[in-house]
Structure formats: C-alpha cells, structure tokens
Design a protein around this ligand. Structure first.
Ligand SMILES: C[C@H](O)CC(=O)C(=O)O
Ligand SMILES: [Mn+2]
Length: 354
C-alpha cells in the first residue's frame, strides 16, 4: 500500500514508535510475565523493526511492592535477559520518582538501558529534577513523562513540560493515562507544548484505548508535531490497553508516515506472540470504558475488579467514585478504602429501606 491510497499532509513524516507491551503490558499480566515470554516478544518486536522497547515492572523500576504488586522477576533480570538479544532495537525503562531511585537508574544504565523516562503526575514535574538531571549527566536519552495529562490545562502542561526540559529532558511526553482525551484535546495540548519547547526537544504521546481513541489521538499528536508515539502489540497495557501497535503502524503506512516497522511482521507478533499470553481479552469492557469515561488512572482496573469480588460493590461504581474524588496514580490503596465506604453506604441504604 505504502500510503498510496490515502495521500495526507503527514506524508514523509518520520516518527519513532515506542513499544509498551513489556512494561504497560505488565499491568494486565499482574507483573508476572516469564522471562521466556519477555524475550520471545522482545525478539519479535526487534525483528519487525520496532526501534525502542520498554521493559520493567508496570509501575517502573522499583515497582515491586505490596502497593503495586510483586513481579515474577526483578527489573534487573528482565532487562538483563532482553537487552543482549536485541539486534537493532534500543531498550527503555520507566522510573517514577518516589518508587524508583537513583540507584535503580544507575543499575539500568549499567545494564545497557538507552532511554530513561521519568514519570510524574502532570502537576508535579518538580519532583523529577534529580532523576532527569542525573540521567542526562549519564548521557542517556532522557524523557519527561507527564501522566494523567487530561487533568491539566494546556497552559499548565506547557509550564510542567518546560520545567522538565529545564532539568535536562530531551523529550517530553503528554500521557493520557486514563484514556480520557479526545483527538481535539490531544491536538490542542500537544500543539501548545510543541510551540513552547525548544525546537530540538522531542515531543511524545502515550495513549490508552479506553474510549477506543488510541490511534486517532496518536495521529492527532503527530499532526501537532509529536515524533515519538507509544503503542503496544495487540494493545497489551493497562485498562483497555495502549494504542494497538499493529493498527497504528498500518494507519501510518496508509498515511505515508514512516515508522520503519513492517506492517505484517508486527501483526504476527501481536497475533502469534502477544494474544496467546493474555490472561483475559484486552478490550473496552464496561469497566475499562468507565476508566476512560470517568478519567481514572488505567492501572486501577484490576484493583477495582478485585475489590468488587471482595466487597460486592461493582468495579464500575468504585471507578466512578475514584474519578469523582480525583484520585491519581500512587493512590492504589484508596481503591479498597473507596470500596469499603461504598459497601457501607449500600448496607445503610438497605437497612433504611427494610
Ligand atoms: C506507571 C504508569 O503505568 C505509567 C503509564 O503508562 C501511564 O501513566 O499511562
Ligand atoms: Mn500507560
């Protein structure tokens, strides 16, 4: 096809697609991917031409904990298994200050991690200074990653992005952690950030597919000037998953946007390697759709489903309440609290009605 069917204004634009299957995909796997699953998928992604692949616990380096979940292997084991096998792809790691430490950062660099992505809530870029400046001193490709970007105004995101840039980030991401953003909003926010950053600073977009907008938002982001786009094979990621990589690559191909990824090889990775390891179908079921609708952090999904079983309150109700309370990543412990409060309210209502 090679873009001949759909000439577009983006024809000839080059973007870097960044694979999330082995990091965001750890959320629906409850961080229990085996080394064999990781290395097999990583080799498939590498062979299909994906240039950058993220590998760690779903919540980034050091995520192994009661709050976030214990993984099958340490970050060191996962990274140490994947990196030596890569023929062309580089490997990235996510780090949330307060979860990941400077020691984790050094460990990742020593294992050959090329790109470090320092993630904060979209109003808290100031907590990223130490990690961003350290990564830059170590000459790493350094990305500032603003999570839950739907919760901030374009001007607010500009200020936060410029803070991260001032600490040394050479790329800034607008991250739709809740899968709540729509293409108009995405284009507006990314255009404003693009205009405010230095021309040499790259701009990225990380989407979730809870309202089935992953691909549309990614294209809107490219139109706004983003050149790095996150996606996951078969969408394996939190909530209804990330932007599905194989669909993004096919759409980009039709639009003449160059990703360097083989359209059919990435479909085979998704279909033959990733779908078979899913513990449940990654789709917009009512709970994942509610994440997007109510603007709730994607990785709360499985916690809410677990709380539904424990307290008898539908996950959808818990998620709507989490959204109403404005809960953000890191407040996973509030899911049980919210479920308990809702369960008590239900009990009281039933008692009154009796
Ligand atoms: C720690 C989160 O899973 C980071 C992320 O992918 C997002 O906010 O979305
Ligand atoms: Mn994500």
């Amino acid at each position: 096809m090679n873009g001949q069917t759909n000439a577009s204004a983006l024809k000839g634009r080059k973007i870097t697609v960044h694979d999330m299957t082995l990091r965001d995909g750890m959320h629906p796997k409850r961080h229990l991917m085996t080394l064999e699953q990781m290395t097999t998928i990583a080799k498939g992604l590498d062979a299909s031409g994906v240039p950058l692949i993220e590998v760690t616990h779903g919540d980034g380096l050091g995520g192994s904990s009661v709050n976030y979940g214990f993984p099958a292997h340490t970050d060191e084991e996962y990274l140490g298994a994947v990196i030596p096998l890569m023929k062309q792809a580089k490997v990235s790691a996510l780090l949330l200050p307060g979860i990941g430490t400077v020691d984790h950062l050094k460990m990742a660099r020593d294992l050959g991690v090329h790109t470090i992505r320092v993630a904060t809530h979209c109003t808290e870029a100031d907590v990223s200074e130490q990690h961003i400046s350290m990564a830059r001193k170590m000459d790493m490709d350094t990305v500032g990653f603003l999570m839950m970007s739907h919760m901030h105004t374009p001007e607010g995101l500009v200020a936060q992005a410029k803070l991260m840039e001032s600490y040394g980030a050479n790329c800034i991401y607008i991250t739709d952690s809740a899968g709540h953003m729509l293409p108009g909003d995405t284009k507006d926010k990314l255009s404003r950030v693009r205009q405010a950053l230095r021309p040499e600073t790259e701009l990225g977009f990380h989407g979730h597919h809870n309202l089935a907008m992953g691909v549309a938002n990614s294209i809107a982001a490219i139109e706004a000037g983003a050149n790095r786009i996150d996606a996951a094979a078969a969408g394996l990621g939190a909530g209804a998953g990330n932007t599905p990589m194989e669909i993004l690559v096919a759409v980009c191909d039709l639009m003449g946007i160059e990703t360097g990824v083989d359209v059919f090889a990435i479909q085979d990775v998704a279909e033959d390697l990733v779908v078979p390891i899913m513990d449940f179908p990654i789709r917009c079921d009512r709970d994942a759709l509610t994440l997007g609708y109510a603007g709730v952090y994607g990785s709360f999904l499985l916690f809410a489903k677990r709380a539904e079983k424990k307290y008898g309150v539908p996950a959808r109700e818990i998620l709507v309440e989490m959204g109403r309370r404005g809960m953000v990543g890191g407040q996973e412990d509030m899911i049980e609290d919210t479920a308990l409060t809702l369960a008590k309210a239900r009990e009281n209502a039933a008692r009154k009605a009796a």
